[in-house]
Design a protein around this ligand. Structure first.
Ligand SMILES: Cc1ncc(COP(=O)(O)O)c(C=O)c1O
Length: 384
């Protein structure tokens, strides 16, 4: 099968013209890491989760900033992401959170990546890889997520098989919560299950391993006591939610991503005019309707059509009609002085007004991680 370049860069446009852009504040990212780190025991290892292009923020610039903030452990979803990180010069541990396809296995060795195993079959596969040094691996338990991880009844045998292998090195034991934000009781059940499994293990010195269960939502909610000694940190380091209390320390995080576009044009329309496809919005009054230069082709959720708004000249402009692939309409009747080319903010601050990621998610019906992951390559990430 043929592969083709995916870049949209055109050689004829030498000066970038930004119709849409996401500003990624790496200073805010580093600030967030400092704040979160201060709430955790000093000895804790922080795995920063940078999969899916660092949740759409840009894996390489983000990982470089994380390194400057003292982060030595990163987590990704597959060997390709791990290889890109390694090639960028990252020398710390790179944990692959998800299961691997068999043909990905050799790249574990080539790029010194650490997989998490859930089955004896994976242990056999990784043992068989040609290598000079033992391959570090971690073991994952399924305590109630029912995706990856060994069932608790099988986990002791799995751990023994890794320990017994001359070509593998056990470096950690982990589990993952299914409902840390929404179901405290279930999360506690998972936690207790993990802890009692660890307590039942013989011949395993957990002090010498990385023991981790927590993502952002459980970091906020659960105590960080031994045998836990590491966390897997994603959303919080990207600044969401902005105000959190972690182990009785209230901290304020800074949003890392803001999202902007431009006004293309506007016109004055009489009552009864229908805006855009499928006549989804009919004007009740004389209105000034402006076109914003982005749509679902840029990753703007189509659902923003219902109740969403953007900021223009520091004021709220409601979305009218459906979000199209390249443009959508907003009502600027009450905003004087708007001109074509004016900046539009979809997430972030203009003057006194702010649209938080939370607001944007509420208006678009999308999850926090989805919003940044969905932004397409038509939205350049600009780093501050
Ligand atoms: C296994 C695992 N751990 C940790 C995280 C980080 O989660 P969060 O972004 O909530 O911190 C993820 C993210 O999807 C994950 O898949």
């Amino acid at each position: 099968m043929e592969t083709r370049p995916t870049s949209l860069a055109t050689p004829t446009i030498t000066k970038p013209i930004h119709r849409n852009w996401a500003e990624v504040d790496l200073g805010a990212l580093k600030y967030n890491i400092e704040q979160i780190r201060a709430t955790l025991p000093a000895s804790f290892t922080i795995f920063c989760v940078v999969k899916s292009d660092a949740y759409g923020h840009g894996m390489i610039p983000v990982s470089q900033a994380l390194r400057e903030a003292g982060i030595t452990h990163l987590a990704v979803a597959n060997v390709h992401e791990g290889a890109v990180l390694r090639q960028s010069g990252f020398t710390g541990m790179i944990l692959i959170l998800g299961p691997l396809l068999k043909e990905e296995d050799p790249f574990l060795i080539r790029y010194e990546l650490t997989p998490i195993v859930s089955s004896l079959a994976e242990v056999k596969r990784f043992e068989a890889l040609e290598k000079h040094n033992p391959l570090p691996v971690q073991v994952k338990l399924d305590t109630g997520m029912a995706r990856t991880g060994a069932l608790v009844k099988d986990a002791a045998k799995l751990i023994k098989s890794v320990q017994a292998s001359p070509t593998l090195e056990l470096t950690g034991i982990a589990t993952h919560y299914s409902s840390a934000r929404t179901d405290a009781e279930y999360t506690q059940m998972q936690r207790s299950c993990f802890l009692s499994f660890l307590a039942s293990l013989k011949d395993v010195d957990t002090d010498k391993l990385l023991i981790h269960t927590d993502n952002s939502q459980s970091i906020i909610r659960l105590p960080q006591d031994p045998p836990m000694n590491a966390v897997r940190l994603g959303l919080l380091c990207y600044g969401h939610p902005e105000s959190v209390t972690i182990h009785e320390k209230a901290i304020q995080l800074k949003p890392v991503l803001s999202l902007h576009s431009r006004i293309l044009s506007f016109k004055d329309l009489p009552p009864g005019s229908s805006i855009g496809y499928h006549r989804a919005h009919i004007l009740k009054d004389h209105s000034r309707i402006a076109l914003v230069s982005c749509g679902y082709g840029d990753g703007i959720p189509a659902n923003l059509s219902y109740g969403g708004y953007v900021l223009v000249r520091g004021q709220r402009a409601p979305v009218c009609g459906l979000v199209g692939m390249d443009i959508f309409a907003v009502n600027i009747t009450d905003i004087p002085g708007v001109k074509p080319g004016d900046p539009v903010t979809l997430i972030g601050t203009q003057g006194e007004e702010t649209i938080t990621l939370n607001d944007f998610c509420e208006h678009s019906g999308r999850g926090y991680r989805e919003v940044s992951c969905l932004l397409t390559q038509r939205v350049p990430r600009l780093y501050a």
